[in-house]
Design a protein around this ligand. Structure first.
Ligand code: TRP
Length: 323
């Protein structure tokens, strides 16, 4: 059938068949119910996450910043000359700034983030603070293949993956990510990666269930976002935040537990919850220095060095691409 040029046939992708909607429906119709953690980070979620990093219970960020400050110069000495730092999930870029100050070898910075607002703000600020640094922001989901900006091809490449975000992958996916990073960064690459360590369960539990309830708010923001963007009708007070260390699987599990039996409308569907039924929203796997080293070696990288804070709560590893 011929379509005349003046006939305006417009396809408006409706919220109901966006990738977000598809992932939400797939997760909420699965058993047990789950939601992909990458959707935590809309603007509200990114701001809440920044607040988490300042919480007294959330030792991870403080420990990692301490390690980077203390050992930044040693890390810098392991980097090749004229290197681009490619940061996976850059957020506030606070940690990259410490590396930039400590390592003159860094001549370009490529922050990759899923939140365009955060990315634009941080890039502008960094250009002001480091006029000689080439800043090349990339808006992308770093777990999927994406292209590095062309100017990076002429430089040595250093991956930077702080925050123990690697712990939010299933071990198998963590290995796949490390292999993917190895391929993308290429021969001669270095990877600087933050990894949270196994420790007393009470310390772990408090870090993910703080007294002020910020982590609870962050977790529930996922439901608020589904309401906002997909027109769902989650009653936020009907779900409670649950976080606990599963010592057998060496991970913190985060859930949203339905406080009662209830039905929720999401994208034209009715999703039923039993009282106490949970939506599993995230895992945060914990490693030892040895177990992470083994994972790295099995994923295309050679461990060069690792640093910890005095309590051995957190670690930063330097890895070199294998051949
Ligand atoms: N990767 C960090 C961690 O696992 C940060 C993080 C990701 C986080 N998702 C979170 C912290 C949810 C608290 C709650 O700790």
């Amino acid at each position: 059938m011929a379509v005349r040029a003046h006939t305006a046939i417009r396809y408006e992708p409706s919220a109901a068949d966006s990738p977000f909607a598809r992932d939400v429906i797939a997760g909420l119709t699965a058993r047990p119910k789950r939601l992909p953690p990458k959707y935590f980070y809309d603007e509200a979620g990114s701001q809440l996450f920044e607040q988490i990093t300042d919480l007294p219970e959330y030792y991870l960020t403080r420990c990692e910043l301490g390690i980077l400050r203390e050992h930044g110069a040693s890390i810098g000495r392991l980097l090749p000359a004229d290197t681009a730092v490619i940061e996976f999930g850059s957020g506030s870029t606070r940690k990259a700034r410490i590396l930039l100050a400590a390592a003159p070898a860094i001549t370009a910075y490529v922050p990759i983030d899923i939140s365009p607002e955060m990315l634009a703000e941080e890039a502008a600020q960094l250009r002001r603070d480091h006029p000689h640094l080439t800043v090349l922001p990339v808006e992308a989901d770093f777990t999927k293949p994406f292209h590095l900006p062309a100017p990076v091809a002429e430089k040595a490449r250093t991956g930077f993956f702080p925050g123990s975000t690697i712990g939010n992958f299933e071990p198998h996916d963590a290995s796949a990510f490390l292999r993917h990073a190895r391929r993308m960064l290429g021969t001669g690459a270095i990877l600087i990666i933050g990894v949270d360590l196994i420790k007393d369960a009470a310390v772990l539990n408090h870090a993910y269930d703080d007294a002020a309830g910020v982590t609870a708010k962050f977790n529930r923001n996922l439901l608020a976002r589904i309401n906002r963007e997909l027109g769902a009708d989650f009653d936020l007070d009907g779900f409670s935040h649950e976080a606990f260390y599963n010592s057998e699987r060496r991970r913190i599990e985060m859930h949203l537990a339905s406080r009662k039996r209830q039905k929720v409308r999401v994208c034209g569907r009715s999703i039923e919850f039993r009282a106490g039924e949970t939506i599993h929203t995230e895992n945060s796997y914990k490693y030892t220095l040895g177990s992470f080293g083994a994972l790295a070696r099995g994923s295309g990288w050679k461990p060069l060095a690792a640093w910890t804070d005095p309590n051995k709560y957190f670690s930063v590893h330097a890895l070199a691409a294998n051949h």
